[in-house]
Design a protein around this ligand. Structure first.
Ligand code: SIN
Length: 302
């Protein structure tokens, strides 16, 4: 059996297969379907400083090989998160990576400070890339803002910090480099691609918020490109996200340069997929004669 452990700077994962924010609830909802101890990590839904009711319905629509969502960061706010969910996380046998989104740098830092000494959290993922709320992508589209927010969070808490990047920029490598400069332990590549769906018969956009974020297999080649470019541009580890559903998808992202991956949309139709992928990763690495998963990371040739 190959060694599956990966090191993302200060964050150690038992294996490189994680589940992505917004596709796995707050973990508790998935306990009947998934043995958490088999996963590399869980990223629960984004939490904000104050409760949010989210965007008007419809909030999701299926598209060719994917889905659009415009949830609008619907959540109960950080205080409820700390009271209701963090104690549950503390009992889980996996790395729990809290995902936070703020309106300002101070907001991010304040949330990081509130979480700072709590048991049950292994790292923070900063959502600087939500396309569905006003200001959601602002930190992720401007290198200085990306650097400042990462730096502020690093100063506010002892946790490893991961910046979740948006692909909706001209050059994602510049944002990744800025996050690294701010002290990010890793970057997650990528959040959803902005898109829309129209019901032409009604002459109307389908989503209540008109625009949404596209995910699923439809975006895989686009996300893979981002991971490949970012992994070449920065020294910090990259976590690949975008349409990953099969073991070949996982291996493509690892070979492109991802040190770990997050499974997102596939959880909606197959909640057990991530555990299956861990098993299949072991088999695939054995078949390749690899003693460790690290032997395959970033091995794509020119
Ligand atoms: C949402 O809540 O609208 C999705 C979250 C995200 O894409 O960051």
């Amino acid at each position: 059996m190959a060694q599956l452990q990966v090191q993302l700077n200060r964050l150690t994962l038992r294996n490189p297969i994680m589940v992505a924010s917004g596709t796995f609830g707050y973990a508790r909802e998935m306990a009947a379907f998934v043995d958490f101890s088999k996963l590399g990590g869980i990223v629960p839904k984004t939490v904000t400083g104050e409760p949010r009711i989210g965007n008007p319905p419809p909030r999701t629509v299926e598209t060719t090989s994917g889905m659009l969502n415009s949830i609008g960061l619907d959540n109960d706010g950080i205080d409820t998160f700390i009271e209701k969910h963090v104690p549950y996380f503390a009992g889980l046998n996996t790395s729990l990576i809290a995902n936070i989104a703020g309106r300002t740098v101070a907001d991010f830092a304040s949330m990081a400070g509130k979480l700072a000494n709590l048991e049950g959290i292994a790292a923070l993922e900063l959502n600087i890339s939500c396309p569905n709320v006003s200001g959601g992508v602002d930190f992720g589209t401007n290198p200085e803002s990306a650097r400042d927010v990462v730096k502020a969070v690093r100063e506010a808490c002892p946790f490893p910090v991961i910046a979740k990047l948006t692909p909706n920029v001209t050059d994602i490598t510049k944002i990744a480099a800025a996050a690294a400069e701010g002290g990010a332990d890793a970057v997650s590549c990528v959040n959803t691609f902005q898109g829309m769906a129209i019901d032409w018969r009604k002459r109307k956009p389908i989503l209540g918020n008109i625009l949404g974020g596209l995910s699923g297999p439809a975006i895989k080649p686009l996300a893979l490109r981002c991971v490949y470019q970012v992994a070449k541009a920065v020294e910090i580890p990259v976590i690949g996200i975008g349409g990953i559903a099969t073991i070949d998808d996982v291996l493509e992202f690892l070979v492109a340069g991802a040190s770990a991956v997050q499974i997102g949309t596939a959880n909606f139709y197959n909640p057990g997929v991530s555990v299956k992928l861990v098993e299949q990763l072991n088999e695939a690495l054995d078949a390749e004669g690899c003693k460790s998963v690290t032997e395959i990371i970033g091995t794509a040739q020119q």
